[in-house]
Design a protein around this ligand. Structure first.
Ligand code: QUE
Length: 349
């Protein structure tokens, strides 16, 4: 059981996440199996496109196997945790640079690592079941798997909003934000996949033809609020701006940001500011890998996973607990480059 089903149909190849009991949360084994298959298909002239989807009912992908990573850092030396992120980020990078079209079906929960394998794809299909989020602030991690690059390129500070609040978007909102390229009813997915397998060079036209008009994107109504309140790269400014607004929306978002790990939020703001200036996705993954090696050994990560996935009390005690106590010096240490022999490298150079 690798948790991933690898198949071909016609001239398309398919990776289906199939680790149902854990909502398809990615493991190192799944990432490595996906990388091996993608490298084989890259040089196979009989394959013209790759589809990524899931089997079973429960959603596309909840993220990464962070319970394993927590065990690795709490009970051992963390090597297994680092090996997982090395493989996960290699997969994200391989998808981003893949020479053949990749189509991702974000049908259901698409969070964390699920976002990481979705956004690098050329075509990203949302449905009425899509539930999209980067919720790492709840577990003391940070928006990773390439989000520092892709979120940095969203307009109107939307990336900063998603990173700091962990807001959940539906399929209509994903299409509105450009996170998805197409919106299909889930009932049309089987037909879309069959037609893409038969005619992979027409993937885009097939998805466009089967698209339906989504309901209005609620998020669009708050775009001005988001751009205004999340304008600063300083967490303290964002909190002060939300706090000064008496409206219901600002109150709700202030509560959301305030509940998240303050170190996560400051890492996210610095990462997105840097990511907007970065030309190269490989450079992004190397930076995120250095950061994740520091973040998983911080007590906030073990505490966050404890609160959300182990004890499920949803009452994490962050340390530092206050934004003003997360210093630039602490962030510098988290962002510092790794020693040469420990750095992230792509699956193939
Ligand atoms: C924040 C997160 C994650 C999360 C919950 C959060 C995350 C993640 C999972 C998850 C969910 C179900 C599983 C599993 C992991 O939950 O990244 O193994 O079965 O992977 O609030 O970042």
């Amino acid at each position: 059981m690798t948790g991933i089903t690898i198949s071909r149909e016609g001239r398309a190849a398919r990776l289906s996440l199939s680790r149902g009991k854990a909502l398809n949360a990615m493991t190192r084994e799944m990432c490595e199996a996906a990388i091996a298959a993608l490298l084989e298909w890259r040089d196979d002239d009989s394959i013209a496109a790759v589809m990524i989807d899931h089997t079973g009912e429960r959603g596309f992908c909840a993220g990464g196997d962070v319970a394993m990573v927590r065990r690795s850092v709490v009970e051992e030396d963390g090597a297994e945790g680092r090996a997982f992120f090395l493989a996960e980020y290699r997969l994200n990078h391989l998808l981003f640079t893949y020479p053949k079209p990749v189509i991702t079906f974000m049908d259901g929960v698409t969070m964390g690592g699920g976002v990481g394998i979705s956004l690098p794809a050329a075509f990203r299909v949302a449905t009425e079941n899509t539930l999209f989020a980067m919720p790492e602030g709840a577990i003391g991690l940070f928006p990773d798997a390439g989000a520092g690059f892709t979120f940095a390129r969203l307009p109107n500070r939307l990336g900063q909003f998603l990173a700091l609040t962990g807001a959940r978007l539906d399929g209509a909102e994903c299409l509105w934000a450009g996170l998805a390229t197409h919106y299909l009813e889930s009932a049309a997915l089987d037909e879309a996949k069959a037609r893409i397998a038969a005619q992979p060079e027409s993937a885009e036209a097939i998805l466009t033809e089967l698209s339906t008009t989504p309901p209005p994107a609620r998020l669009a109504g708050n775009a001005d609020n988001i751009a205004r309140h999340f304008a600063s790269d300083r967490l303290e400014d964002i909190l002060a701006s939300l706090d000064a607004d008496d409206g219901k929306w600002a109150g709700k978002e202030l509560a959301a940001v305030s509940a998240k790990c303050p170190t996560t939020s400051k890492v996210a703001l610095r990462l997105l500011a840097e990511g907007a200036r970065r030309a190269d996705f490989a450079e992004e993954m190397a930076r995120e890998y250095a950061i994740v090696c520091r973040m998983i050994v911080r007590p906030d990560f073990a505490e966050g996973v404890r609160a959300v996935l182990v004890d499920k009390d949803n009452a994490p005690r962050w340390n530092p607990a206050r934004p003003e106590d997360v210093s630039e010096t602490m962030l510098d240490a988290i962002f510092a480059s790794l020693p040469e022999n420990e750095r992230w490298t792509p699956a193939v150079s």
